[in-house]
Design a protein around this ligand. Structure first.
Ligand code: PLP
Length: 389
């Protein structure tokens, strides 16, 4: 609480609060001695805990547990998968091109281990959905390609047509990586149906610890060249002593997130309540990606004349945490590359707010947001109360 203002957290896509059961398990494991690579009893017990967590993470994405490689988070998972050098059933393969979506998170947009000259961007339509005609055209060009696309967007929640993208990629002889960092625990993951060769996960988006992630291999037995070389941990796929407590926290969070998938309808109801409430006050409200399938937990919207940065500060003063669609770096607020790629006008993009919900979100949180919103509108652009789009 700040004063008597209750704290409301509406920024799960940035990072979900740690689930108490996860914390308890991590504390318990942290107190136990043992390196998971040691042959003595302490080491074997640590190994057992790691393998139990691996099974739970595998279950979340319908994979076999030996396909899961633990890494330090979503960024490392993407960096690992985005390499020209792969093994295909044990034989080395060199991929000559990276095709990645225009709305990818910077952890993919940076291109991983592909030099800029080997990268092409897949454009999206006005809803932020990858243009399949462009994918097909680019795949038809020379050289084996790695296609990297996020399952669901971190800013808008827009879900990509992964089965179509996987099918087109495979027909063209390409490899397919899916950044499922925002999707995991929020929509079913089906690597088989997507024909995905590799998937990236991050524990802190669904109530696990920060600094834990995984690269999951598909049933195609294709694996990217390791990013970290050294010891033989993680089946020679990621060197370095395993973070046993972090891995165990990840495992518990994955099991809970898997259970929570059945509650997606409740989150969608909260999200719809919020969007309906805002549009009742401000009829000109624009919801980005609303004509495409979206994650049930995410809403990215704007009301003209209400700059996101100012609104964020006003919410923060009321002890409500949310995000804007813009990024502030070196003191300059830049417009979201996601909204730019969707063709959103810069003036409206600067007003984009992102509300994202999760395991501990409640009706009270939405009510509090809707209680504060009219005050912000009255202060920044009272005309928005009546003006329709
Ligand atoms: N990919 C997506 C879609 C993300 O939203 C994020 C983080 O916000 C990442 C990758 C990076 O994950 P991490 O913060 O675990 O490095």
């Amino acid at each position: 609480m700040t004063g008597n203002r209750p704290h409301v957290y509406l920024d799960y896509n940035a990072g979900a609060p740690l689930r108490p059961v996860v914390r308890d398990r991590m504390v318990e494991v942290m107190m136990a001695v043992g390196n998971a690579s040691s042959v003595h009893g302490d080491g074997r017990r640590a190994r057992g805990r790691v393998e139990e967590a691996r099974e739970s993470v595998a279950l979340l994405c319908g994979a076999r547990s030996r396909s899961v490689t633990f890494v330090s988070g979503g960024t490392e998972a993407n960096m690992t998968a985005l390499t020209p050098q792969w093994q295909d059933k044990g034989a080395p393969v060199y991929l000559e091109r990276l095709l990645r979506g225009a709305t990818e998170h910077p952890a993919v947009a940076a291109g991983g281990r592909f030099p800029a000259s080997m990268q092409s961007v897949l454009p999206v339509d006005g809803n932020g959905v990858i243009r399949l005609d462009e994918l097909e055209r680019l795949l038809a060009e020379d050289g084996p390609a790695l296609v990297s696309v996020m399952a669901a967007n971190n800013e808008t929640g827009v879900i990509q047509p992964l089965e179509d993208i996987g099918r087109l990629t495979k027909v063209a002889g390409g490899f397919f990586h899916v950044d499922a960092v925002q999707a995991a625990g929020r929509m079913p993951i089906d690597m088989e149906a997507w024909q995905a060769d590799a998937l990236s996960l991050s524990a802190h988006k669904f109530g696990g610890p920060q600094g834990m992630g995984a690269v999951v291999a598909g049933s195609t037995a294709r694996v990217p060249a390791p990013l970290m070389n050294g010891g033989g941990q993680e089946n020679w796929r990621r060197a370095g002593t395993e973070n046993v407590a972090g891995i165990c926290g990840f495992g518990v969070a994955a099991a809970l997130a898997n259970d929570d998938l059945k509650d997606a309808g409740q989150l969608a109801a909260l999200r719809d309540q919020l969007e309906a409430g805002v549009s009742l006050i401000c009829p000109s409200m624009k919801v980005f990606g609303s004509d495409a399938p979206r994650l049930s937990n995410t809403s990215c919207f704007a009301v003209g004349g209400i700059p996101a940065e100012t609104a964020l500060i006003a919410f923060d003063l009321e002890n409500v945490s949310l995000s804007s669609g813009s990024a502030c770096s070196s003191g300059k607020v830049s417009v979201s590359h996601v909204l730019s790629a969707m063709g959103v006008d810069e003036h409206i993009a600067r007003c984009a707010l992102r509300v994202s919900l999760g395991w501990n979100s409640s009706e009270e949180d939405i009510a509090r947001f809707l209680n504060i919103w009219p005050m912000i509108v009255d202060r920044l652009n009272p005309e928005a109360r009546t003006r329709a789009a």
